[in-house]
Design a protein around this ligand. Sequence first.
Ligand code: GLY
Length: 340
Amino acid sequence: MIDRRTFIKAGTIGASVFSIGGLTAATATQRTNRAINKPIVISTWNFGVAANQAAWEVLDGGGSALDAVEAGVRIPEADLSNLTVGKGGYPDRDGHVTLDACIMDHQGNCGAVAALEHIAHPISVARLVMEKTPHVMLVGEGALQFALENGFERERLLTPEGEAAWKAWLKEGKYEPVINIENESYTTDKLPGNQYNHDTIGMLALDSNGHLSGACTTSGMAFKMRGRVGDSPIIGAGLYVDNEVGGATATGVGEEVIRTVGSFLVVELMRQGLSPRDACREAVERIIKKKPETAKKIQVGFLALNKGGEYGAFSLQNGFSYAVCDTNQRDLLVDGEHVY
Ligand code: GLY
């Protein structure tokens, strides 16, 4: 609940709760002899608080990280007031709501769907792709066919609010992302039709068995070109999990995350010894290095969790928050560090 949550600065966590710095693959293995902060679940943005609570129900009952992340991200997927994930998501520029999602478990199994229409819970379809097919990703009509064949209900996803915002947007048709609009009020009356952005819920969990999993789901950039797919369903870009090291997820303008294979990069940096926070920072710096002018105008944030249950985040712009839930704190919302 908003009024119960704790909201603190990220730096405080690094200093007072988690003092351990880098983590190499070797030290990750040795960690069995050290205190591991588990179970734990973290996720992007303020809507992550409610999502974490659903994930925590699973983790606290001894459930798997995989079940936890699926249950967790289904909360914003079902939330009609969330304009950037699931059923409430804004449509593309032709009025179609198209959803992207992926999921990855501790054994390196993964599944994804992209440009999926008419199905409210793309994360569950992604999990089924992982578990029931020899493939990793299904897209568009094929993903829809697969979902329907497996009992998912076909729904109209375009909400009256989404339709109204799209029609208002059509009048001007600007195509310029607005930084952090997803962290503002989700009421359309406060969103002028030409202001849009997106974002993703990315969630990472470490269960009581020490297994990591992650999930990532979004409706993508509002009023995007038909067929546009961002980073969120792409393993390595929007999400990556390596059970030896840790997991990472991304939010923000997906094109820049894809260009840097951002989540994979964060995990590999943790493997080399960086803390989750420093690995996220390095990935953000990589975006700036590649496209310095673009980076000033967009938002991208990374969130990471290592095998020891330590977490961290970094973003380009101010305003990126993330939610944390573990045995010490159930509804923590952290104001992430940023470059600009
Ligand atoms: N990060 C979500 C997207 O770009 O679609």
